[in-house]
Design a protein around this ligand. Structure first.
Ligand code: C2E
Ligand code: MG
Ligand code: MG
Ligand code: MG
Length: 293
């Protein structure tokens, strides 16, 4: 009996593994055409100023609307896009899309509004990638680089070479700001913060999730904020899901917040609807967004 159960379990696992491998293969083969077939969409997740709870920024998060599989998570397809190098073309599409949208929001609702874009090391290091393009596009379209923040990961800085340094400098020269994403999960070396011109640190949601029960995560968040501020770096907390987490992060002086407590990632028109909600003051507040999403 036990043996039979074991065998069933084994076949269950193999079939699940096989299924996952099949899905992966399928995604891999269809990813190539997804851009051409217009299956990508950019969602935007509001980022609030912790002092006012006003929405002052948003993070652009890529979505793949697969005709048969529905919404595919970026956690699933971004790694495939990186392996195949497709991320370079996809990333340029994201940039074009976000740039136009950010320009509209800045013109209509908030001249200071910023949208941040995730950019993986593969995009930085690809030989096919011309890093002057972003600054040139901004200039051609007459959009300030301050409309943009580029989110990078520590792993990029870990094997940073002159190319990476040049690119980050070119971004800064164009007014584009730089955020260090998922901070605390990687090496979190202080040398990077000194060596590179970093504008924001994003505290990873792993440290936010367990607040306030986990005292050591509380201490980590507090230390990150204190250190960042000493270096002139602003701090964004990711993954805020409760009012209690919000209150604690406000108390330790965290500058910006992002998470389901305020709003989930949404299509561009969702954020536009928030801006439009109450014309004039106060329109785009996170508590208003909270009830809608
Ligand atoms: P990330 O840059 O760290 O983005 C934050 C992730 O946390 C997003 O997942 C977001 O939906 C999720 N999130 C935000 N608030 C909460 C919360 O309160 N609770 C929970 N549980 N999750 C929250 P998403 O959209 O699935 O993206 C996953 C990752 O995929 C991103 O992590 C980023 O590394 C990558 N990614 C997404 N879009 C792009 C893109 O356009 N280019 C590149 N290169 N990578 C991207
Ligand atoms: Mg990010
Ligand atoms: Mg992150
Ligand atoms: Mg991440």
């Amino acid at each position: 009996e036990a043996k039979k159960r074991g065998r069933d379990r084994f076949s269950y696992f193999t079939s699940e593994l096989q299924q996952r491998a099949q899905v992966r293969l399928r995604l891999l083969s269809e990813l190539h055409a997804a851009l051409r077939k217009d299956q990508f969409e950019v969602y935007y997740q509001p980022i609030v100023d912790m002092a006012t709870l006003k929405i002052v920024k948003a993070e652009a998060l890529l979505r793949w609307r697969h005709p048969a599989l529905g919404m595919v998570s970026p956690a699933e397809f971004i790694p495939l896009a990186e392996e195949t190098g497709l991320i370079v073309d996809i990333g340029e599409w994201v940039f074009d899309t976000v740039l136009q949208q950010a320009a509209i929001w800045r013109r209509l609702y908030d001249p200071e509004f910023q949208v941040s874009i995730n950019k993986s090391p593969v995009q930085f290091l690809s030989a096919r990638y011309d890093y002057k393009r972003w600054p040139e596009d901004l200039a051609r379209m007459g959009i300030s680089g301050a409309a943009m923040v580029v989110e990078i990961t520590e792993s990029l800085l870990l094997d940073a070479n002159d190319i990476v340094r040049e690119q980050l400098q070119a971004f800064h020269a164009a007014g584009i700001q730089v955020a260090l994403d998922d901070f605390g999960t990687g090496y979190s070396s202080l040398t990077y913060l000194k060596k590179f011109d970093i504008d924001y640190i994003k505290i990873d949601q792993a440290f936010v999730r367990t607040l306030p029960v986990n005292a050591s995560d509380m201490a980590v968040c507090e230390a990150i904020v204190a250190m960042a501020h000493k270096l002139g770096i602003l701090v964004v907390a990711e993954g805020i899901e409760t009012g209690e987490q919000l209150a604690l992060l406000q108390k330790i002086g965290c500058d910006f917040g992002q998470g389901y407590h305020f709003a989930k990632p949404m299509p561009a028109n969702g954020l536009t609807a928030i801006f439009e909600k109450a014309p004039g003051e106060p329109s785009n507040f996170a508590d208003a967004a909270g009830v809608a999403w």
